[in-house]
Design a protein around this ligand. Structure first.
Ligand code: GLY
Length: 584
């Protein structure tokens, strides 16, 4: 049975939410009203396999690969290349990402780390101004913030090591080449994101040539990316070395340097995807497999779940006591993030300790079940800085029970916005995920962030949390999300919704989200939270003493899959337009 359907294209009422979020990376596009959607949303159900992504065209490409006998990894590679064309604000060749893979036959999990890496000429002072103060414009708006891209290497490595062998790299890139050459319709999320981030793109002539006509950002017709098609063709023909060595690499390095950066062709030639052990935990009888450092995501997720495991979360997902405990657990975990996490090639992250049940038990002793503890009492240290919020996540399960949780990013929407001349490759600004000024005392005279200090050939810390849950050795849940520092709490909410509250995957994804990252000391729920909680419940939550500041926009896009006795069920997060969950 073909179970292709989409909540995003359903006829449910959609409320236009005009969002004024200056400086925010969220798109003030017509956002789906999650409270209304939650009343009728149903997951897509399929028998053999499922693909959920943020872009309908990419999803269909993934499903075709599965239908032709490809495994989840083959499909993930095809989707990854397709998203670079159809979803250019986050899908990419010029950025990086992580895969968490479950191989059913071998009963083995592996994490692929194709995070961007700092060029060799970056150092601790690269992002400081003349007064030694962090200069965020250097990372966000110049070539200095561009990390050496990892995605091409990551996708090729995934296929080489874990593909079914039925498809060549060229086979899986072919749909992306066609889309780049023939054009992608400018509608839905592509149209809205181009309009909202036009200044990011129009400031670079090489980008304006592609994304604008007569100086105006494209808002109709098709987005044709001929140079990108040529680059994809070169990779299809000669493998990743076509990207990392020779003409394309030279052009990328030159574009970065002309934009004020320090990347060389040698930096690109050295790039290598790392195969890592997943970070493992358990939650109420389920195994949790997630992304280890250089992401903080998996470890924080497991730490928070370990803390919550010691409580009975009764009264439903929005019960004030449950939300209070979640928030208190989040605070402790994010305080540890600020202190301990960085690129494991440079710093020793005390992972075993942080994800241990004993540590969680100790933390629980510090939690007051009746009132909020101010963040300053938890740990006085570094103020975490705001992270890039734009990223995209996709989840895939195949007929054999293999699964891929994939999260990829350019950091901000469209990254730096700079296309390397005549390559079609949009470049990231991922180095903004470093703590820009470690050693600089904060208001309390304390220093920190050294673990995530910028450095040569170092990876900036991420929050991306592609995650797979197993039950009795079989895939149960595949999830993840974009959202910068809110990724971890978004994924937590989905997992807790499914396990603690027995929600189906649509209901779990549509739960209003809630976030606390220790500093600043404020709880940040989605606006919808206020509407799903009866006033008395909301007042009860406030009496714990949390400082609440609503997000003016929806959080995350948790495109997720839940395997149930009734079939493989999926949902692409309807918070954004144009998403699609599809199976076969
Ligand atoms: N740039 C967002 C992240 O890696 O977490």
């Amino acid at each position: 049975m073909n179970a292709i359907s989409s909540l995003a294209s359903s006829r449910l009422p959609i409320v236009l939410v005009l969002l004024v979020a200056l400086g925010s990376q969220a798109i003030p596009q017509p956002a789906s009203d999650i409270v209304l959607l939650a009343k009728t949303a149903k997951p897509v159900v399929a028998k053999h396999g499922m693909v959920t992504t943020q872009d309908a065209i990419a999803t269909k490409i993934g499903v075709e690969v599965l239908k032709k006998g490809g495994n989840a990894i083959d499909a993930a590679v095809a989707v990854g290349f397709a998203l670079a064309v159809t979803h250019p604000r986050a899908g990419n060749l010029g950025g990086g990402g992580f895969f968490v893979i479950w191989l059913a036959e071998k009963k083995h999990a592996v994490a692929l780390d194709f995070r961007e890496i700092a060029p060799a000429a970056i150092n601790e002072k690269s992002f400081l101004d003349g007064n030694g103060k962090p200069d965020i414009a250097k990372t966000l708006r110049t070539g200095l913030g561009v990390g050496v891209p990892g995605s091409v290497s990551g996708l090729a490595t995934a296929l080489e090591k874990f593909g079914s062998g039925r498809f060549s790299l060229a086979d899986l890139i072919a749909p992306a080449i066609r889309l780049a050459r023939d054009g992608v319709p400018i509608e839905s999320d592509l149209k809205t994101s181009l309009a909202f981030f036009q200044n990011t793109l129009l400031r670079w002539p090489s980008s304006a040539k592609i994304f604008a006509r007569d100086g105006k950002i494209l808002q109709d017709g098709a987005l044709v990316q001929r140079d990108l098609a040529d680059t994809l063709e070169a990779i299809a023909k000669n493998g990743p070395s076509a990207f990392y060595k020779g003409e394309i690499a030279e052009k990328i390095a030159l574009a970065v340097r002309e934009a004020g950066g320090v990347m060389t062709a040698d930096d690109l030639a050295r790039y290598k995807t790392e195969m890592l052990e997943v970070v493992r935990g358990s939650y109420r009888g389920y195994d949790v497999l997630s992304m280890p450092p250089p992401s903080s995501g998996g470890a924080l997720l497991i730490q928070i779940l370990n803390i919550l495991e010691g409580y009975e979360l009764i009264g439903g997902p929005n019960a004030p006591h449950t939300l209070h405990l979640m928030v208190e657990a989040m605070k402790r975990a994010y305080a540890d993030r600020a202190e301990f996490f960085g690129d494991p090639a440079f710093v020793k992250v005390p992972l075993t300790h942080l994800i241990s049940k004993d540590y969680a038990a100790r933390i629980r002793k510090s939690i007051d079940e009746t009132r909020a503890i101010p963040s300053a009492f938890i740990k006085a240290g570094i103020t975490p800085k705001k992270e890039g919020e734009n990223t995209t996540h996709y989840s895939i399960v195949d007929r054999h029970g293999n699964a891929v949780a994939a999260t990829v990013t350019l950091n901000l929407n469209f990254g730096l916005g700079l296309v390397a001349e005549s390559t079609g490759v949009l470049l990231n600004n991922e180095l903004d995920d470093f703590a820009l000024a470690p050693g600089v005392p904060n208001a309390y005279g304390l220093v920190g962030g050294a673990a995530n200090a910028p450095g040569p050939n170092k990876k900036p810390l991420s929050s991306m949390s592609p995650t797979i849950l197993l039950k009795d050795g079989k895939v149960f849940l595949v999830t993840g999300s974009p959202g910068g520092s809110t990724i971890i709490t978004t994924v937590l909410r989905v997992i807790s919704g499914v396990i603690d509250h027995r929600l189906d995957i649509a209901q779990a994804v549509l739960l209003p989200r809630i976030h606390h990252q220790w500093m600043p000391d404020e709880v940040r729920p989605e606006r919808a939270m206020e509407r799903v909680m009866p006033p008395a419940q909301w007042i009860a939550f406030e009496t714990y003493g949390h400082k609440v500041r609503f997000f003016p926009f929806n959080l995350g896009a948790a495109n997720s899959i839940l395997v149930t006795p009734n079939g493989i069920t999926g949902i692409s997060d309807p918070r954004y337009l144009g998403t699609l969950a599809a199976g076969h």
